[in-house]
Structure formats: structure tokens, C-alpha cells
Design a protein around this ligand. Structure first.
Ligand code: HH2
Length: 290
């Protein structure tokens, strides 16, 4: 199956002929990279605007960290952090706003405030009411793979065939979402880099992104500054920008459609260069010059 060239959001269409950059805005005290920096709504909004200036095609706003070891945030607190920021950002920018939450009531409030995409890292398993909220609102949906839950997911991740199992999981969750009324042209899939995965699992997934593209839905990848980059480079979270660039380039070459990153400006350039070369690779550049 071929990944579609267009992706529907509520009231907006996103063309997928080039990779899209999704800028991360974490309104949290404890996110692994930017935790505590944008807790204040005004700072979160200013950060979102900066990411749009840098070229973000979408924004993903979240108020609950899902880093390994993170503890859940209650619904009221998540709403309190998130909704004012979504509302203010939606007024200020025209790029689509995604909301990174697994709770139906939080998603609903964020949609009312202007979000047009729900990024659910539990792939609709966290809250049985989520699928109805997404289907009824007609917003887009990211279905991500995770083994376990954030508090324990890195204890002992285990797979017999990580690529096959993740692909099968995503196919099942897509089927469930469609059966429950989510439009198929609003669904995005994500192998969930770092969510219940060892370094080897992450590398196997990143080396096989085409398998996920073959499911027939846009593929989102979120490698930004994650632990596996630290394992490979021995760098702190602050110094993992270059490692992230390496992943972004190779993900683009394999056809990733949406890159979820903290550093939009630099990664936009990385993606531009990677896509220009990737197009030559897929056109068979040697034959052209023979
Ligand atoms: N990664 C994180 C959070 N949400 N959503 C999707 N679809 N894919 C991802 O890979 C993904 C995600 C974790 O990164 P971050 O938001 O920077 O950190 P934290 O969870 O600590 O807030």
C-alpha cells in the first residue's frame, strides 16, 4: 500500500509531499528535555510562536510527561496546564495544533480550545472514551505504539520480532479506530521510539520505517533527544541535537512523513537536505547519469 499524499485535519488539509516538522511544546515541570521551561502559559505560548517562526508545520502541545519513569498526571491538572495554552496558541497561529494526551476529557477540552489533532501515545487504550471524542469531533489522530506504561516501560522491554509486532499492533489499532468511526484519512501511525524499547529495538524500528509506511497511513517519528541517542553518542540531553539530526535525515530518507522534534529550525534544514537526496535515490540517480 502507498502512503497517501494528503492528510485531513478538521477544516484543514496537509500535503505530505515533503516531510512535515511537528514542534514540541511541553507545558510540564518534568519533561526529559524541556521540563519546567514552559510551565508558565505565557512562556509556553512564546515558545510555540518561536517554533512556528522557525518553520513548524504543526505543533504538539502536551501537559503530561511520558518519559521513562514518569508518573501520571490527574485529569484536572492536565487540563489546567494545557487548555489555556492551546487556546492562546490557536488564536495566535494558523498551523494545526495537536494535543499530546491520552485522556478523553482533556482531549475534548483542548479540541474546544482549538486543537485539531489528538496525539495519543496509548493508541486509544488509555481511556475508552477517547475514540468517541476523536470520531465525533472529526479531528486527526496519532496512534503510537508503546509496550507497558511510562512508569515501567524501560524495565525489561521484550519482543520476538519488534518490527513485526509493532506493525501488527498499529494495524490493529487502526482497524479499531476506523471501526469506531474515525475517518481513515485522519489517522497517523507512529512506532513509538523509546516507549518500551531497548537501543536495539529502536534501531530496528528506525531501520525499517518503510514497513510502517506500507500500512498505508502517514508515519510520524519522534526521536528528538531521546535516551537511545545518548546511548549512541554518550551525550547529555542538551547535547543530543546532532544525534537527532542523524536520525531525522535517515528517517526522511525512508519516507517518514512527520518528524516530532524540539529543534524545529535546524531539523527543518536537515529534512530539506535529506529529502532532496532521498528523491534522487528513489529516482535512481546513477541511471539518470549513465
Ligand atoms: N514522544 C514523547 C511524547 N509524545 N508522541 C508521539 N506520537 N511520538 C513520540 O515519539 C512521542 C510522543 C516524548 O518526548 P517529549 O514530549 O519530549 O518528552 P516528555 O514525554 O518527557 O514530555
Amino acid at each position: 500500500m502507498v502512503t497517501p499524499m494528503e492528510f485531513q485535519l478538521k477544516g484543514q488539509r496537509l500535503r505530505l509531499e515533503r516531510p512535515l516538522l511537528m514542534g514540541i511544546v511541553n507545558v510540564t515541570p518534568d519533561s526529559f528535555f524541556d521540563g519546567g521551561r514552559f510551565c508558565d502559559p505565557q512562556r509556553a505560548v512564546a515558545h510555540a510562536l518561536r517554533l512556528v517562526e522557525e518553520g513548524a508545520d504543526l505543533l504538539d502541545i502536551g501537559a503530561e510527561s511520558t518519559r521513562p519513569g514518569a508518573l501520571p498526571v490527574d485529569e484536572q491538572e492536565e487540563r489546567r496546564r494545557l487548555v489555556p495554552v492551546v487556546a492562546a496558541v490557536a488564536k495566535a497561529v494558523s498551523v494545526p495544533i495537536s494535543v499530546d494526551t491520552s485522556k478523553a476529557e482533556v482531549a475534548k477540552a483542548a479540541i474546544d480550545a482549538g486543537a485539531i489533532m489528538v496525539n495519543d501515545v496509548t493508541a486509544l487504550r488509555g481511556d475508552s472514551a477517547m475514540v468517541g471524542v476523536v470520531a465525533q469531533a472529526g479531528v486527526a489522530l496519532v496512534l503510537m505504539h508503546m509496550q507497558g506504561t511510562p512508569d515501567i516501560m524501560q524495565h525489561a522491554p521484550r519482543y520476538d520480532d519488534v518490527v513485526g509486532e509493532v506493525a501488527q499492533f498499529l494495524a490493529e489499532r487502526v482497524r479499531y479506530a476506523i471501526d469506531q468511526g474515525v475517518a481513515r484519512d485522519r489517522i497517523v501511525v507512529d512506532p513509538g521510539i523509546g516507549f518500551g524499547k531497548t537501543l536495539g529495538h529502536n534501531l530496528d524500528l528506525l531501520a525499517n520505517l518503510r514497513v510502517f509506511a506500507e500500512l498505508g497511513y502517514p508515519v510520524l517519528v519522534g526521536p528528538s533527544r531521546k535516551g537511545f541517542i545518548g546511548q549512541l553518542t554518550d551525550q547529555s540531553v542538551e547535547a543530543r541535537g546532532w544525534g537527532t539530526a542523524g536520525v531525522v535525515a535517515l528517517a526522511v530518507e525512508q519516507g517518514a512523513n512527520i518528524l516530532r522534534v524540539h529543534d524545529v529550525g535546524p531539523m527543518k534544514d536537515v529534512a530539506k537536505v535529506a529529502v532532496a537526496i532521498a528523491r534522487r535515490i528513489s529516482a535512481g540517480v546513477r541511471e539518470q547519469h549513465a
